[in-house]
Design a protein around this ligand. Sequence first.
Ligand code: GRF
Length: 215
Amino acid sequence: MKNLVILISGRGSNMESIVNAAIPGARIAAVISNRPDAAGLAFAHARGIATSILDHRNFGSREAFDGELARQIDHYGADLVVLAGFMRILTAEFVQRYAGRLINIHPSLLPAFPGLHTHRKALESGVKLHGATVHLVSADLDSGPIVIQAAVPVEEGDDEARLAARVLAAEHRIYPQAIRWIVEGRVDVIGNHVRVREARPGGPPLVQPPEEAGA
Ligand code: GRF
């Protein structure tokens, strides 16, 4: 069983989609929010998931906040740390500590439109396709090996809200899918590239990690 710790700051709809996906082999060990008023906390609590509030305003520095965050994540025995609308820039030290087991969802087809206001940027730029990306987190903002992307059309008459809703529906499909692949042990990272190995229903992965091979 893999322990997931999900970090949120607000609505938490991606967290909901992950919880509702009931991914075999995955257990949501905790949902942690840096904002006491994050709406998603109520959903997690109602589902009997441990919740924790870590208000960044109570910390004197980014390092101090990230240090306590790491302490809590480790307390919950996280195998995978899932950023789901977690609106904090993380220190390089934090990212390094969870390298390979820290994932994020970003509402654009990265590397297009990193940062905030991605839907506005997409509308302004005139792209015909927009979308969402799940990626492993590396030190730079909204970068790292891409696990899965979903594209949606930009339609005539779209405003930010309409486009955001279309992208969000795609997010809710791809985030649980990416986590399923990771939990199944099918994701290999080679440099900046992610390869997802084929599933063999009911059996072990086709290619086993070296330490398990022959065991
Ligand atoms: C999503 O669009 C996500 O891609 C972005 O922030 C938003 C969070 O929404 N990082 P929610 O809190 O999951 O509903």
